[in-house]
Design a protein around this ligand. Structure first.
Ligand code: GLV
Ligand code: MN
Ligand code: MN
Length: 410
């Protein structure tokens, strides 16, 4: 099956008819359909598919016994994730999974016989869109988050991860680090749509990842006093919206000051009446920077601004870190092998540093990992307009096949 056919078979799953964006949140009906799609893609290729104890999906291409190098050789794994942000694009995540299956198809067409296992992986809740912690499946696999902490995470309706998994027929009691599986992975390569315009500006289709900026999520809670919008004189108000607004503006200023990025993309106003001063406002800060010191400065500045603005308005403020990802440098030896394989295949591949988080960044702490990026002409991502041209996606498949052939040949 061609890349295009496989890609199109996944496109309708979880697509919002109004916006054209995707609502693929973990353990929902759309996610279960994505999981069925993965299993069907594996089965159609004769790959052994399974779901690990953390809900991550794996499809294994085992070498023929004759070709196999000495027993217990680690696997070469390619993949990404199938979940989306609210109203996300089609490519962020799925491109890496579809390309991995398509690369296996290409290698087989060419008669390539791997000497070590090759696997396709799809990690659960990479975006943290439902339960708040990004890369949850790879964090659980590598023990970066405890099973108890994960089971207790709650979505916006108060449903815990444990309850959501049980309702979907999965077993939350099995969650936890999986050293045996992790030890089977000799290398992980995540192909991903670029979430910026570096490749377009460099007139290149494929990029190799150098590393990932440190980043994290912080929750800010402002608690004031609900009252009537028409009758409460301004001097008597304790309006939590005002320090929240000051905090969002402070985030922008702090990011500018320290060379980072800061975004307030989600806010909940309680009770949310047009004609009432809110009782409480909860907002989330996503902050990223080139290094940890700059990131700390951004968050410290925003927190100080939130506390000051809250005091100015007679409101209480509380800040809590919900997740953190330290800076990542991808494995230099693996990167060099990727670059060499691409150069031999005539594929120009400049080196990029990512401002976005990826499962490859989490796995990098435990196994050699690397990333390939595919050109995104507009750079738009986490939005329905996210796009990569079909020809570029096909070049991505060729690039991934070249890399897998290099890594699995011996
Ligand atoms: C993942 O896409 C992230 O960086 O938020
Ligand atoms: Mn994403
Ligand atoms: Mn992604």
């Amino acid at each position: 099956m061609s890349f295009r056919q496989l890609w199109e078979s996944l496109l309708p799953v979880g697509r919002d008819q109004q916006t054209g964006g995707y609502q693929r949140f973990s353990w929902t009906a759309a996610d279960l359909s994505c999981r069925e799609w993965f299993m069907a893609a594996a089965t159609a290729r004769g790959l052994r598919a399974d779901t690990d104890r953390n809900g991550n999906l794996w499809a294994w291409w085992e070498p023929a016994t004759a070709a196999r190098i000495p027993a217990r050789a680690g696997a070469v794994v390619a993949g990404s994730h199938l979940d989306s942000v609210p109203d996300g694009g089609a490519f962020d995540g799925p491109l890496g999974v579809v390309s991995a299956f398509a690369a296996i198809d290409l290698l087989r067409e060419r008669g390539f016989a791997p000497a070590r296992p090759v696997a396709v992986a799809a990690f659960t809740e990479e975006e943290g869109a439902r339960f708040g912690v990004p890369c949850l499946g790879s964090r659980l696999l590598t023990g970066v988050i405890s099973a108890d902490a994960a089971r207790g995470l709650r979505d916006a309706s108060g449903v815990s991860l444990a309850a959501a998994m049980s309702a979907a027929g999965a077993q939350p009691d099995l969650l936890g680090p999986d050293d045996g599986l992790r030890d089977r992975v000799a290398a992980f390569v995540e192909l991903h749509i670029e979430q910026g315009r570096q490749l377009a500006d460099l007139d290149a289709v494929i990029g190799v990842g150098a590393g990932i900026w440190p980043h994290g999520r912080w929750r800010f809670d402002f608690t004031g006093r609900a009252d009537h919008a028409g009758t409460t004189v301004l001097a008597d108000r304790r309006d939590p919206m005002l320090p929240f607004a000051a905090t969002a503006l402070a985030a922008r200023a702090a990011a500018l000051r320290h060379g980072g990025r800061a975004t307030v993309g989600k806010v909940i106003v309680v009770p949310g009446a047009v004609n009432a001063i809110p009782a409480a406002v909860r907002g989330w800060l996503d902050a990223r920077a080139p290094d940890q010191e700059a990131l700390r400065s951004v968050v410290d500045d925003v927190t100080a601004a939130a506390n000051q603005a809250a005091a100015d308005h007679g409101v209480t403020a509380a800040a809590a870190r919900e997740s953190f990802s330290p800076p990542v440098e991808f494995d230099p030896g693996l990167r060099a092998r990727l670059s060499g394989a691409l150069a031999s295949g005539g594929i120009k591949a400049p080196v990029l540093r990512a401002g976005a988080g990826h499962d490859a960044g989490i796995l990098a702490a435990k196994v050699p990992t690397a990333m390939l990026f595919v050109r995104n002409p507009s750079g738009v991502s986490h939005a329905p307009q996210e796009h990569a041209d079909l020809a570029d996606c096909e070049t991505g498949v060729s690039a991934l096949a070249a890399v897998l052939a290099e890594l699995a040949a011996r």
